[in-house]
Design a protein around this ligand. Sequence first.
Ligand code: NAD
Length: 436
Amino acid sequence: MEKQAVQRAREAFLAGRPRPLEFRVQQLKSLQRMITDRQGEIATALKQDINRSQYDTPLFELIGLENEISLAVSKLAQWAAPRPVERNLLTISDQAYIQPEPLGVVLIIGAWNYPWALTLQPLVGAIAAGTPQRPPSLFLLSCELYPVVCGGVSETQELLRQRFDHVFYTGNSTVGKLVMEAAARHLTPVTLELGGKSPCYIDKDVDLRVACRRITWGKFVNCGQTCIAPDYILCEPSIQNRVVEGIRQTLLEFYGPDPKSSPDYSRIINQRHFNRLMTLLEGYTATVGGQSDSSQRYIAPTVVKDVPPQARLMQEEIFGPLLPIVTVSDIDDAIHFINEREKPLALYVFSSNKKVIRRMLAETTSGGVTVNDVIMHYTLNSLPFGGVGQSGTGRYHGKHTFDQFSHHRACLVKSLGMEDVNMVRYPPQNRQKARR
Ligand code: NAD
């Protein structure tokens, strides 16, 4: 079934169906309509799945998606236009330009934690670029060009055996390696949007009330199941207790004394992840939270302080509502700590000290970075979003998504005239001499 759908998409691509700009715009507008018409249903579905606040689904998924579509619709003609480039003496009277062209049939594999944004945001750029593809969940678009497979591991494995012109995967690094391996068999390029442990450094020179409020928001929204949530905090021992108190106060402000009964606090996606998180917590005393209820897959917003760097909590991405604090002696120690580990997807630094900020930016690396806030770099579609090293390869959002699904073809169009100028490059080498 998968094979036939890919074949049909390829035939449609070869027939040029997704290519006209008007068609792309019309498909993007259909997508926009679907989201607008169904936003209530979408938010309700996520409320049922993981008790996500009805307010968070528009905020974290749908508004950004609509912005991406509006941007693509308004800029498509500009993005898809040939871009003239500089010429040299030999090509001075020719046309030299870069022509973005659709790559072909692409596969988009989304993740469950923000299913709409993570599936449809790549799709927006893929439609804009003129490629047909297979996103996992969609209804209103052309079924032939944009077929959908709902399924899990076996369906994904079956799809990965097919040949695509690009594979765009969002999920964990273990599966990322399998995706890259499968794509390598066909020499298919990949975008891998992966995860990892995103550090959050809090300098002692900072307004802790503001820092803790922003960190608490980004860490515990969606119950910590956000790829760019701050994974752990690094700070000096002298401010650790104040950080804990700041987070405790903010949690009270956000979710009240019992987060379990708050309509704004989500649940863990499934029992496997619930068990994994509870195992990570074993052997620690939570400084804040720590309560759980397996029957509801509820884990309270939890902070653990004085976590040793070699602890299990510090070995793998947490992807849940557990926030370890590791103390460091100073900024040098913090930078060293970050650089000793895999390159993170996101890095956060909170400080009022320009020198501290400058050093953190200059002496570390990460897919993206936000200073004095968390997550917000994701919301700016002029910034490329993606990882580096183990946190991913490739980038998207806004025009970056369009570029990811386009081939940037080098075009040189010459005339048949001026052949005399060209004689210098033709053999025999002694032609010039012979002429003289
Ligand atoms: P997951 O287990 O749902 O896997 C994601 C996709 O991979 C699904 O479509 C699934 O069917 C498929 N898959 C799983 N196992 C497979 C296998 N053996 N072979 C082929 N396909 C397989 O997702 P997850 O790993 O629980 O998602 C969480 C991870 O994703 C975290 O590491 C998080 O940081 C990362 N993430 C990254 C981003 C980003 O934009 N960079 C966004 C969200 C999540």
